[in-house]
Design a protein around this ligand. Structure first.
Ligand SMILES: [Zn+2]
Ligand SMILES: [Zn+2]
Length: 244
């Protein structure tokens, strides 16, 4: 399996990190998880190509996770691609209908399949067996686990339930939006993440969904996590590819 981070930023721009998007590929199967601003360009830069992404799995509907979704649909339509499947939590159907009623000229341009999934049930997407887990965020949001290989937290506070959900994964990509100095809810600080991960067995943790506040604080953030969690932790970067 190969994981490619397309966007490791968040709702406020850092100038170098685009918004959330991760491509998961294995043996000819491919799914894009989230499609925030800049992801369409990163798909091109990464060599994956927007023509080759026919399935998008959404963690939730915040704008930094969906703003390139209609842009992807349009690019695929213009390139002659005929389909797109969007899979996401409850409310995804109404959300897509809303987008298409605003951008009504895009309605019907490709065969658009929309499917909603619920936490706790394994489902299949683009040939992958995936399980969803409800996170702690300011909106309904699902973390996703791809077998024992990869777990993505989506947007979430760090908490034991989510840490247990990701326990045993080869790779975990986890929201680590802010350094400890920022008082925050709905996202974790490094010490909260370290505390939650303590005692879990994860191959490598990549920190993502980084706000500009994290710039210049990477070492301190890693140190803070390491006070509670002794596993392998690093920062994700846009266009970083990880083989599992
Ligand atoms: Zn969010
Ligand atoms: Zn977000």
């Amino acid at each position: 399996m190969r994981i490619t981070f397309l966007g490791t930023g968040s709702a406020m721009p850092t100038g170098s990190r685009f918004q959330t998007g991760i491509v998961v590929e294995d043996d000819g199967r491919r799914v894009l998880v989230d499609c925030g601003s800049g992801v369409l360009h990163r798909l091109q830069q990464s060599g994956v190509g927007y023509e080759n992404v026919s399935t998008v799995l959404l963690t939730h509907h915040h704008v930094d996770h969906v703003s390139d979704l209609m842009a992807l649909l349009k690019a695929r339509w213009l390139a002659g691609e005929e389909q797109l499947e969007v899979v996401g939590p409850t409310g995804t159907k109404a959300f897509i209908e809303g987008l298409l009623s605003v951008h009504d000229y895009l309605d019907g341009r490709v065969d658009l399949q929309v499917r909603e999934v619920v936490p706790g049930e394994e489902f299949s997407v683009a040939g992958f067996d995936v399980e969803g887990f409800e996170t702690r965020h300011s909106m309904d949001c699902l973390a996703y686990r791809f077998g024992d290989a990869f777990t993505f937290s989506g947007d979430s506070e760090a908490f034991e339930g989510l840490a247990n959900f990701s326990d045993g994964s080869d790779v975990l990509a986890h929201d680590c939006s802010f350094p400890d100095e920022v008082d925050v809810s709905n996202h974790p600080t490094p010490s909260q993440l370290g505390e939650a991960l303590s005692g879990t067995d994860i191959g490598r943790v990549y920190l993502t969904h980084l706000y500009p506040h994290t710039d210049g604080n990477h070492e301190a953030m890693l140190k803070s996590i390491a006070e509670h969690y002794d596993g392998d932790v690093g920062f994700a970067e846009d266009l970083l590819s990880v083989e599992i």
